[in-house]
Write a protein that binds this ligand. Structure first.
Ligand SMILES: [Ca+2]
Length: 284
């Protein structure tokens, strides 16, 4: 091969390498700019408008949300979400949810793999300051406790739950006084309070398996099904019907969230309430 030909090949190779390098730099610049714009929009939505899409951003300063496993559970007779106790959780928007001291109900099936001295956050929403949260927690101060946490304060039921057992849990609040706790359709007694609990719930931070946007840890090691929220206090009879599975949560009026995990998806779960508050996580 002539020296001249070799020179041309060398020149073309250098040219192609340089061109690729330039394209890579330009393309990554565009990507970075897009990412910046996305983050800026999220920032504006969250801090200026008080809204954000939890699917795209995790404010918890933890790892991004990981998806629970979706398993067929024989006892429940349907698919359920099994959280690993490490970093599995889900977020959902809170369209139509009660805020402030408005009445509300949460109901959920829960199965704990073990009872630890770490509390588990099961289902709830709200912001990270006292009495702005409305969230079912388990093992709050001692194993087996079933409580309603309002952030730095809360109410305990007098129930003591066991590991490796499915329970239907519900909490109702009628706009004043103390919330009511139900286990398997049965009204429980009060187990006292901590802090200075009041219901003054904020409208964001919808989550399952963790504590919304507030701080790290407390992921549930166990399974959840039929996570449901209403904008009124359900009656004893309505709670009993839910426990007996005589009625679907979305068939009870004022339902704002009904996630059954029975879809084929493993990352995004239908909200049957019709409010569009579907639950999201990100694939492992
Ligand atoms: Ca299910």
């Amino acid at each position: 091969m002539k020296v001249k030909t070799l020179f041309y090949i060398f020149f073309i190779a250098i040219f192609l390498i340089s061109l690729s390098a330039i394209l890579i730099v330009v393309f990554s610049g565009i990507q970075k700019n897009k990412e910046f714009e996305k983050q800026q929009k999220i920032y504006e939505d969250y801090y200026q408008n008080g809204t954000y899409d939890p699917y795209y951003y995790d404010y918890s300063s933890r790892d991004n949300p990981k998806c629970p496993e979706i398993l067929n559970d024989k006892e429940m007779g349907s698919k359920v979400a099994k959280f690993d106790g490490v970093n599995d959780y889900m977020t959902f928007s809170t369209t139509g949810f009660s805020t402030g001291s408005q009445s509300a109900t949460m109901s959920v099936w829960v199965y704990e793999e073990n009872l630890t001295t770490n509390r588990y956050y099961v289902l709830g929403y709200g912001a990270c300051s006292d009495n702005r949260e409305f969230r079912i927690s388990l093992n709050e101060f001692s194993p087996g406790q079933f409580s309603l946490e309002t952030y730095g304060s809360g109410w305990h039921s007098n129930a003591t739950l066991s590991a490796n057992t499915w329970y239907h849990l519900a909490v109702t609040y009628n706009g004043k006084g103390n919330p009511l706790f139900y286990v398997n359709g049965v009204l429980q007694g009060s187990g006292g309070t901590w802090g200075s609990p009041e219901v003054n719930t904020a409208s964001n931070g919808g989550a399952m398996g963790i504590r919304g946007n507030c701080g790290a840890g407390y992921s549930i090691n166990g399974s959840i099904d039929d996570a449901s929220i209403w904008s009124r206090a359900l009656s004893n009879n309505e709670i009993l019907k839910l426990y007996k599975k005589e009625i679907k949560s979305e068939s009870i009026s004022d339902n704002k969230l009904s996630v059954h995990f029975d879809d084929s998806s493993t990352e995004s779960f239908k909200d049957s309430s019709g409010k569009g508050n579907e639950a999201h996580c990100l694939a492992k």
